[in-house]
Design a protein. Sequence first.
Length: 247
Amino acid sequence: MTTRLVIANWKMNGDLALIDATVEAYPQVSKVDVILVPPSLYVAALLAAANDRFQVGLQDIGRHDGGAHTGELAASMAAELGVAAVIVGHSERRADNSEDDAIVAAKAQRVLEAGLMPVICVGESIEERQAGQAEARVRAQVQAQAENLRSRLPVAIAYEPIWAIGTGVSASVVDAVAMHRAIRSALEQIAPDHADEMRILYGGSVNAENAAELFAHVEIEGVLVGGASLDTDQFAAIIRAAGAAQG
Ligand code: PEP
């Protein structure tokens, strides 16, 4: 069975005290991969505290690899620091910064070139779901990453229905599993020889209560956790649920 991956996206939240508290509450679970993704300013502090128990990621990256781009960060810089993964295409960035699939693909490419793992977020809006277009929308977002997906380098896809992010309303497990299967079939069409090496994560109001139910399904190979990752006990419980599902 694929090793489950649990990613914490702190978004623009957290402080040094949260790093201490997260490390303090961090559970003894060996069979789960965990990546903590704080605001970039806290990456160095989190890396120093990691002690090989978890890895550290970035929430976004510049689409250039250096140069005159004030305020941007390059994937190669993240690699030099010891960052393991970079989230690209989060729906909040797509909405707040007008990032389209082409920009997301360029960022994922920079991440791969730097030897890091992109966590590529895809997901439909509530209007698209209500119109019966959820699967087509998500397949199109995956297809837009085809070149990156064919690279044979580690990639994770995070299915995050926009209407489930930060709302407390998670997708039903049935809907999440169905979409994970659709994504898996899209990956198999794009990269038949190594699609099985890519993990598909679910994100959208994952918490200590629903994590075990999600992990009960082999299709849910990990989770991307926003709000609940700021609650150190809840986040520890989610990691434990992933470990228990791993057996
Ligand atoms: C996210 O931001 O990726 C996310 C899934 O947030 P939340 O868990 O708060 O819904």
